[in-house]
Design a protein. Structure first.
Length: 456
């Protein structure tokens, strides 16, 4: 409910609020669009314009906006109790129900326990810290290092920033955690090795093995990666990569953390992203789609192998000295219980796959005529358009020049909101989108890239 009128909101937009991922002076100069309503895969702004939500909030509103079931679940829980602690000694009903549901849904991955938090960055921080605690309990306390992929995004805490693979997230906040190593990402469009999927996968696996051997496997706690790299530009690895990665990590006894903050609960076309590659991680980080954004919630899920360090007996070092006031938040868990029911009842992973294929097909021709679009790629409803300064060398555009914002602005004029991020345009609508919605996005983006050609 808005208590202030439209003029107040327009005048104060970006005046007092800092917005992530933009310079404060730029957002003051060009304030963000004020979104006031959402329904299904559409959103409406303060001026009454309605758009297809091609971002899905921030690739999290997977069940669509304004779902009666989720709203009712939150309201019903609010009538009982909005919050109570989940620290030692007390808990709440929705968190018990949700923990059982997540372990049921991840039975295929042999998951055993879940630790709740408030968002994806917390889920990553929890995973990194518990992986270190695991090794301390296992009698190998020197296993503290982490390996990750360049272009990877793992949220914004110091741990997640330390394993982040994009320098601009890292440089201004250093110094970061020691013992974090980034290797090249298995990115077929931009790599110095090969476009052949097998050769590329082999090259990256070899590089990871060299890092392990160089530092000593006995210093590495875990490898963390996204099954499809999202914020870094929707980078889909070769199908061989994740199974080969799992094999390599097993050889050196290193834990695999799958950062499923975006891919979890269907976005990449399978219930979990790693499952789509036929791989069982040791730890999964979940957030975003778990509540479809209705209430913030994160979850870190640990498999039986990891939990075995805790089940040997009560060791003082085994206390979980990690948790948040919001851990197990009753409203977040109630929202998640309703959301995951929709995900299963409507088989949203299958719809993400079908609609994602349609979206990719509809956009695939753009690089053939556009001077800006180098490649369209994706998996499920994670799709990216890679924008290049030079089509031959595939040199990415300089994001500072504003071509991405300009093209996204043209799409907005066509009634479609998409997200310019670095040198990519990212498309990630709610997983409930239908063919009509996908076709509107396809049409809007084709027109936007055409318009860019006219005005560039
Ligand atoms: C793969 C991945 N991990 C972690 C995060 C951090 O999640 P949050 O923004 O909820 O803290 C994100 C956010 O986009 C993400 O894409």
């Amino acid at each position: 409910m808005v208590t202030k009128d439209g003029n107040f909101l327009r005048e104060n937009n970006a005046r007092h609020q800092l917005h992530p991922m933009i310079h404060p002076l730029i957002s003051e100069e060009n304030p963000p669009q004020i979104i006031v309503k959402g329904d299904g895969y559409n959103v409406t702004d303060i001026d009454g314009n309605t758009f297809v939500d091609g971002i899905g909030g921030l690739w999290n509103v997977n069940v669509g906006h304004n779902r009666a079931e989720v709203k009712a679940a939150i309201a019903a829980q609010m009538d009982e109790i909005a919050y109570y602690s989940s620290f030692a000694g007390t808990t709440t009903a929705p968190s018990i129900e949700l923990s059982a549901k997540i372990i049921e849904m991840s039975a295929e991955e042999n998951m055993a326990k879940v630790l709740f938090s408030a968002n994806g960055s917390d889920a990553v921080e929890t995973a990194l810290k518990l992986s270190r605690q695991y090794w301390k309990l296992e009698g190998q306390p020197e296993r503290t290092g982490f390996i990750s992929l360049k272009q990877g995004y793992h949220g914004i805490q110091f741990g997640g920033t330390s394993v982040n693979g994009s320098t601009y997230y890292r440089n201004v906040y250093g110094p970061l955690l020691p013992g974090c190593y980034q290797v090249d990402s298995p990115w077929s469009y931009r790599n110095p090795y090969s476009e052949d999927p097998q050769e590329l996968s082999d090259a990256i696996i070899t590089q990871i093995e060299r890092v392990i051997q160089h530092n000593g496997a006995n210093t590495i706690s875990a490898f963390i990666a996204e099954p499809v790299q999202g914020a870094g530009g929707v980078i889909v690895p070769p199908a061989q990569f994740w199974p080969a990665l799992r094999k390599l990590l097993d050889k050196y006894d290193i834990l695999l953390i799958s950062d499923e903050v975006v891919t979890g609960f269907g976005r990449s076309g399978s219930m979990f992203g790693a499952r789509g590659w036929g791989v069982k991680p040791d730890i999964m980080c979940l957030a975003k789609g778990i509540t479809a954004g209705y209430i913030p919630l994160g979850a870190t899920v640990l498999n039986e192998r990891v939990m075995s360090a805790w089940t040997k007996g009560v060791d003082p070092n085994g206390f979980i000295f990690h948790g948040y006031t919001a851990t197990g938040h009753a409203l977040g868990c109630a929202a998640a219980n309703a959301t995951l029911k929709i995900v299963e009842d409507e088989d949203l992973p299958a719809n993400a796959k079908a609609m994602g294929d349609r979206l990719l097909k509809g956009l695939q021709d753009i690089p053939n005529w556009s001077s800006l679009a180098g490649e369209v790629r994706g998996k499920g409803l994670m799709v990216g358009i890679d924008m290049v300064a030079d089509k031959k060398t595939r040199e990415p555009i300089d994001p500072g020049k504003g071509q991405g914002e300009m093209t996204a602005g043209f799409a907005r004029e066509e009634g479609v909101i998409v997200r310019p991020a670095g040198s990519n345009i990212i498309i990630s609508p709610p997983l409930t989108i239908d063919a009509e919605g996908v076709d509107k996005i396809v049409d809007g983006l084709n027109k936007a890239f055409r318009k860019y050609e006219e005005v560039k």
